[in-house]
Design a protein around this ligand. Structure first.
Ligand SMILES: [Zn+2]
Length: 447
């Protein structure tokens, strides 16, 4: 009985051995790695290096395309499993991962006043963007010296995981921050363009156009110049302080001096006024390129102004005769000059000399009396012909003392001062005529 049991056991053992070796021949148990993306099974690979190679390859390929260092947005993992008959398919895993994977990168967010504006690839580039923005309004001219420029708002840079397409190029980021929009409408000045024509064709007022282009210094445009057609609304406030050296003119004053050597209505510039020149250094503050204040730091006078000197005459009585005539009165003074405007297109044809009624009037030169009569304007008047085309006339007399055709000699009393005819007071209206034309009697006298 014991023998039978032992035999049974032996047979069973042999049987098991046989089936076991058969199983061993069919199946070779081993480890595989099951790959998961965000918990989803995407197949198995043979070993860890296959797994890491696939991931590495995917990353490198994508990185080469976008030019950024990337990581997978999903959670990807591999788990070791024991299989009796391990079967793996890395191309299937690769395809399944490629179909599901997406990528992110570590960007640097520029945050202004707690508002994230955009992301830059590196911290250094983000700093460069801010640097360029704060230097944007600095004048590049020899008379400007930068004192300081800074972004007045609180600005932070911090790393943030973002999609690669969210990363901005430095130049585009600077434009965006300064313009306040992604695309700027610009206009390239063509030959013959003016602010007027551009304003009309782009339907933007000249005021807006100037506001959109603060650097425009004059209305004259240069061909090829690029104008903004939209007023910028910068995302930051850039405060710039500069010292500006400007040359300014100093106005001259005018002084008048008086001389008896000219007739009272004559004046002449004896010294031309010349403006002075000063160099003024201003400290100017700008907000986004627009001046918000200035103060003069120091002034250096480069040249003083030259005072303009006017010499004005005072003479109302001749000092001497300089020609063929004597002065027709021995007393009085000039009350109105030859040529003064008398209204209705008329100018004064002689010289008025104020003197008391009855004052003797002398013939200015010898000659023949050609008129001695009363007229509605002249009142009592006498005209003497001196020959050579010259004649003299004496008007408003109270009495006439000569007759037509009478020869009178120079200095002879011919009439007396009065206020007859169109006159408002005692005076002599004295005319000199040359070939029938009234000329200025004072040209024959020195003031
Ligand atoms: Zn007169």
């Amino acid at each position: 009985m014991k023998k039978k049991i032992w035999l049974g056991c032996l047979i069973l053992f042999l049987l098991m051995l046989a089936t076991g070796s058969a199983a061993y021949a069919l199946y070779q148990p081993g480890f595989v790695y099951r790959v998961y993306i965000d918990g989803k099974d995407v197949g198995t690979v043979a070993n860890l290096s296959e797994y890491t190679n696939i991931l590495e390859e995917m990353l490198r390929k994508e990185e080469a395309q976008v030019g950024l260092s990337l990581k997978f947005s999903q959670d990807i993992s591999a788990k070791r499993e024991l299989h009796l008959k391990p079967e793996t398919d890395q191309s299937q895993v690769r395809a399944a991962l490629a179909a599901r994977a997406s990528y992110s990168t570590l960007g640097w967010a520029i945050v202004v006043d707690q508002e994230p504006l955009l992301c830059i690839a590196t911290e250094g580039q983000a700093q460069e963007v801010l640097e360029q923005v704060s230097n944007c309004f600095v004048h590049d001219a020899s008379n400007y010296t930068l004192v300081s420029t800074e972004i007045a708002d609180p600005v932070e840079i911090y790393p943030e995981e973002v999609l690669p397409e969210e990363i901005w190029e430095v130049e585009a980021a600077v434009d965006y921050i300064l313009q306040g929009r992604e695309k700027t409408e610009t206009y390239v000045v063509a030959k013959g363009d003016s602010l007027w024509s551009i304003s009309r064709s782009a339907n933007i007022s000249q005021t807006e156009l100037k506001k959109a282009n603060p650097s425009l210094s004059s209305n004259v445009l240069k061909t090829g110049q690029v104008l903004n057609l939209v007023v910028a609304e910068p995302k930051v406030n850039v405060q710039t302080v500069e010292q500006v050296k400007a040359y300014e003119s100093i106005g001259y004053s005018t002084s008048t001096r008086y001389t008896a050597k000219r007739w009272y209505y004559q004046s002449t510039v004896v010294t031309k006024g010349i403006p002075g020149k000063k160099a003024v250094t201003y400290e100017v503050e700008y907000l986004n390129g627009i001046e918000t204040g200035r103060k003069a730091l120091h002034t250096k006078v480069e040249s003083n102004p030259v005072t303009k000197v006017i010499e004005r005459g005072t003479s109302k009585w001749p000092s001497a005769a300089s020609g063929r005539f004597r002065w027709p009165l021995n007393t009085g003074r000039i009350t109105d000059r030859f040529g003064s405007y008398r209204g209705r297109g008329h100018t004064h044809g002689g010289v008025d000399i104020g003197a008391g009624g009855g004052t003797p009037i002398y013939a200015a030169a010898s000659g023949t009396v050609v008129i001695s009569q009363y007229g509605p304007s002249y009142g009592n008047y006498v005209k003497i012909d001196h020959g050579n085309g010259y004649a003299t006339l004496y008007a408003h007399a109270s009495s006439r003392l000569v007759n037509v055709g009478q020869w009178v000699s120079k200095g002879q009393i011919i009439a007396r001062v009065g206020t007859t005819g169109n006159s408002t007071g005692n005076h002599l209206h004295f005319e000199v005529q040359r070939n029938g034309t009234r000329i200025n009697p004072l040209q024959f006298f020195k003031p």
